[in-house]
Ligand binder design. Structure first.
Ligand SMILES: N[C@@H](CCC(=O)N[C@@H](CS)C(=O)NCC(=O)O)C(=O)O
Length: 257
């Protein structure tokens, strides 16, 4: 029987649980408490040297890395298939999963979670939190995390992560739009309205409502202003790499270079 070391809130584990469910596979639940550092224990490092979840166990075989696990499950349990059948379709699929490993998950999604929420758990735990940080095996990840725990939304990594996530959402929207039939009522005006809604959604999702960025009135607003200020302080600016959206969708955060 399959077993999965995972965590309920983990994005990477969710992908695998969805895949297991879609394929109707039984699996043994081996839940790890990340805030308790269970994933950093020596016994788990033998299964997953990067000290992260998920890890799939199939008999004697140990498979870490969520995207690798998904491909493993697809090959080991091909029915029902969840991947495109043709080579080009699979290439396109891998272009999406590759982005997650390159810079979307660790350098962006995790940085947003830590900058807004999880940093408080580390800070509240004092020495124990510092120890957990020091035990992160990957030095790039450790130093990014150290910075975002210390500076929260004011970390330059947080600002970069917001821009990276917006780019991903734009690419997803573009890909999804290609699948949707053209609506008869579509015109430039409607498209602009949808675009504004999309931008508002993105900003709200990362806790950076546009109005808050501008007036910074409440407590969150102050933090958001801090993020904006940091962008200026670090001199980071982003040019939207595509002409899909009008420029300046994230005022202040994404400025033209
Ligand atoms: N590239 C890995 C990333 C796994 C990962 O970072 N998992 C997170 C949860 S989504 C984790 O275990 N975080 C604990 C930590 O970084 O200390 C994968 O796709 O499996």
């Amino acid at each position: 029987m399959l077993a999965l070391y995972h965590n309920d809130m983990s994005l990477c584990a969710q992908k695998v649980r969805v895949c297991l469910a879609e394929k109707g596979l039984e699996w043994e639940n081996r839940h790890l408490v990340l805030r308790g550092g269970e994933h950093q224990q020596p016994w788990y490092l033998k299964l997953n040297r990067r000290a992260v979840v998920p890890t799939l166990i199939d008999g004697e075989q140990v498979v870490p890395e969520s995207n690798v696990i998904l491909e493993y499950l697809e090959e080991a349990f091909p029915d029902p298939s969840l991947a495109p059948r043709d080579a080009y379709g699979r290439a396109k699929m891998r272009l999406w999963t590759k982005q997650l490993d390159e810079d979307v998950h660790d350098a962006s999604a995790a940085i947003l979670s830590f900058g807004i929420a999880f940093r408080h758990q580390y800070l509240d735990r004092g020495e124990a939190g510092r120890k957990m940080l020091e035990q992160i095996p990957n030095a790039f990840k450790r130093e990014r995390r150290r910075d975002v725990i210390e500076h929260g939304t004011g970390s330059q990594h947080f600002v970069i992560a917001v821009a990276r996530m917006v780019l991903l959402l734009d690419e997803m929207e573009e890909a999804l739009a290609e699948l949707l039939p053209h609506q008869p009522g579509d015109d430039v005006g409607n498209a602009a309205g949808r675009e504004r809604n999309h931008e508002g959604d993105v900003l709200r999702r990362v806790g950076l409502g546009r109005h808050r960025l501008r007036d910074g009135g409440d407590r969150d607003g102050e933090q958001n202003s801090a993020a904006y200020g940091t962008e200026c302080q670090h001199g980071i600016s982003f040019r939207r790499p595509r002409n899909l959206r009008r420029p300046g969708c994230l005022p202040g955060l994404i400025a033209s270079a």
